[in-house]
Design a protein around this ligand. Structure first.
Ligand SMILES: Nc1ncnc2c1ncn2[C@@H]1O[C@H](COP(=O)(O)OP(=O)(O)OP(=O)(O)O)[C@@H](O)[C@H]1O
Ligand SMILES: [Mg+2]
Length: 178
């Protein structure tokens, strides 16, 4: 087994145990359209300086959700693709969006080597959407939105939105009251 994979799962459990999320919302989507739509509704509400951490197994819907976020940020859908091989894609919508896929990173020190902190600094003027964010969770800013995905069936996913910081707790409250 890939060592990063093992670490990833251990850290996912840590995320789940994270007691200091200030607000949480658990939703079930039935099909990729619903996951994209949820992402779009959140993307429409994002302000510059947002970090969105996506956590979950292969094929759970992270890229699908990222496409929705980007749609809400005014980025044409054809531009948004999984950066698995490029590792980071850059888009311009309402502001700069860095879309990272850290699947190939083993751990935090590998994250430091590829310059995660520099990307996060650049994203302070825009947004960072990070797939496989469990790889570098300790490097992320305190204020963040973590989205944990569970595959419930071929078309059903549970998304748990965990907000830390005022900006994201407000976004979750708005979603809830829609
Ligand atoms: N409710 C759902 N939400 C999201 N995707 C779904 C859902 N139901 C089925 N799917 C399918 O699951 C797949 C999700 O793929 P996606 O590339 O978004 O996953 P991922 O988490 O980014 O994978 P990877 O770990 O390889 O980056 C797509 O083929 C999509 O059609
Ligand atoms: Mg993906």
């Amino acid at each position: 087994m890939h060592s990063g994979r093992g670490l990833g799962y251990a850290l996912i459990d840590m995320v789940r145990a994270e007691a200091d999320a200030e607000a949480g919302l658990s939703l079930i989507t039935r099909g990729p359209g619903a996951t994209r739509d949820l992402g779009r509704r959140i993307g429409e509400r994002l302000r510059a300086g947002s970090v969105i951490a996506l956590v979950g197994e292969l094929g759970c819907g992270k890229t699908c959700f990222a496409k929705g976020l980007c749609a809400g940020l005014g980025i044409p859908q054809r531009e948004v693709n999984s950066p698995t091989f490029a590792f980071v894609n850059e888009y311009r919508g309402r502001f700069l969006v860095l879309h990272l896929d850290l699947y190939r990173l083993d751990d935090v020190s590998a994250g430091l080597e590829v310059g995660i902190l520099d990307y996060l600094t650049r994203a302070e003027k825009g947004a960072a959407i990070i797939e496989w964010a469990d790889r570098v969770l300790p490097l992320l800013p305190d204020d963040r939105l973590v989205v944990e995905f569970d595959v419930l069936s071929p078309r059903k996913r549970r998304l748990r939105l965990l907000a830390r910081g005022r900006r994201f707790t407000r976004v979750l409250r708005e979603l809830e009251s829609e």
